[in-house]
Design a protein around this ligand. Structure first.
Ligand code: LLP
Length: 438
């Protein structure tokens, strides 16, 4: 649960506001974002990783207001699409503090990023390096840019991160990065160094997401720094920076035990210092890119219960299926990654005993599960509110209009005041792109 969430006689309160009051005004489903929680975590990363640049990974959740908070808290911003860049621009985010990711950035996207003065572009293929070299040559010749563009080369460290296969990114057989092992990363470095419009800042490695064990970072740092040292030795280029990516895990259930930012900072700094000393290279200026660990715990999704149905299981046990008014369109993570969530009854106390419950959505699909296993009071009934914590990261940002669902609003709360920062979609929004009859 987020920092200011508490139960007062069964009523869940966040940011000093009873969730039931929020619902009376804004309806469900809704993402309720605790501003104090998000800002506190952003600040905790910034302070713990003093001397680093901390890029907030906007893919976890981005809107204009959150981009402004991130800016105010002194963080940098990682965007990975033209759309995220547009939000950064609209928020007035200082472009020199923006890093631009992606394995298939288009020519117009890259050209726009360069024109806007994005601080660094993380390149992920030889095609992209060529595209970027062309763009900078072109823009330099017309006088549109006067300085080379900062570039990081994304490398694959060959690490098996212990997380779900879909979100692990440093093993060899996947789409991201240049392999260190087979020399492709070195070749990419050579090409960037040779392009006059590009300024190679350093190497970038992101090993995956929802990681608890820092040994993956250790192996990655060792391999990336070995390449960093080789670049110095063979090309005479001392790379000033290095990025170790994001991926710091958060607690979705009581079984998860994540490290806090000071522990992570101490550990990562120790690893890098140790490797640099062993290799005899200067410690580069470091950056990291946490997304989930900043925004994930800040938000809960509030749903209204619509139906309650007991289902007999093999062996005679019963599971209660509680259907809520959202589902896989506002939280795809359970279906996609087998992710674990918990939930609580948010609008009242109950004396009824706990029963094994599965919270499901209203989509036409059996895999439409929000919380696979939870014990809720046996008297949960239609009209009750159920709140699912830990939905700040990769829920709204991965939401869909499946079954023409309207995407829920994001409502920030702080000091007893609620503010809609992303409004609920309307049917008019849905029909706006359906131009069939016009
Ligand atoms: N940097 C890079 C280059 C990334 O690709 C990512 C995440 C991050 C930073 C931020 O990772 P975080 O600190 O948030 O774990 N949709 C999946 C997660 C995909 C992560 C993609 N890249 C999920 O819902 O678990």
């Amino acid at each position: 649960w987020s920092a200011t969430a508490r139960k007062v006689e069964g009523d869940l309160e966040i940011g000093g506001l009873p969730v039931a009051d929020l619902v009376a005004e804004h309806n469900t489903p809704a993402y309720v974002l605790d501003e104090v929680d998000l800002r506190t975590r952003a600040r905790a990363f910034r302070d713990a990783f003093e001397g680093y640049d901390v890029y907030y990974a906007g893919k976890a959740f981005l809107c204009t207001t959150v981009a402004r908070w991130i800016e105010e808290e002194g963080l940098h911003l990682d965007v990975c699409s033209g759309g995220e860049l547009t939000v950064a621009e609209r928020a007035g985010f200082p472009m020199e503090r923006v890093g631009y990711h992606g394995n298939n950035k288009t020519y117009p996207e890259l050209r726009r990023a360069v024109t806007l003065g994005v601080g660094r572009i993380i390149v992920d293929s030889l095609d992209e390096i060529e595209r970027l070299a062309q763009i900078t040559a072109d823009l330099t010749s017309t006088g549109s840019i006067t300085r080379p563009v900062g570039v990081m080369v994304r490398v694959t460290a060959g690490v098996e991160a212990h997380t779900h296969e879909y979100i692990a990114t440093a093993h060899e057989d996947q789409k991201f990065g240049f392999s260190i092992g087979n020399g492709r990363a070195f070749e990419a470095v050579r090409r960037v160094v040779a392009a006059p419009g590009l300024e190679l800042r350093g190497l970038h490695s992101h090993i995956g997401s929802q990681i608890f064990d820092t040994s993956g970072f250790e192996v990655a740092a060792r391999r990336v720094l070995a390449l960093h040292a080789r670049v110095h030795e063979e090309l005479g280029v001392e790379l000033p920076e290095m990025d170790l990516g994001g991926g710091f895990g958060i607690a979705y259930t009581t079984q998860d035990d994540p490290a806090d930012p000071p522990e992570l900072a101490t550990e990562i700094t120790k690893i890098v210092d140790h490797e640099c000393r062993a290799l005899g290279v200067a410690v580069p200026h470091l950056s990291i890119e946490p997304g989930r660990a900043i925004v994930g715990p800040s938000t809960c999704t509030v749903y209204t219960v619509g139906t309650v149905k007991p289902v007999e299981l093999d062996g005679g046990a019963v599971r209660t299926y509680v259907s809520v008014d959202g589902g896989m369109s506002d939280n795809i993570r359970t279906a996609l990654y087998d992710a674990d969530y918990s939930c609580t009854l948010a609008n009242r106390d109950s004396e009824a005993g706990p029963v094994l419950t599965r919270v499901v959505g209203k989509h036409c699909e059996a895999g439409d599960v929000v919380v696979r296993d939870e014990f809720l009071p046996a008297d949960v009934r239609p009209g009750d509110l159920v709140a699912v914590p830990g939905t700040g990261a990769y829920c709204r940002s991965m939401s869909s209009n499946y079954n023409h669902a309207l995407r829920p609003p994001v409502i920030s709360v702080r000091d007893g005041v609620a503010r809609v920062i992303v409004r609920r979609e309307t049917e008019a929004d849905l029909l706006a792109t359906d131009v069939g009859d016009q």
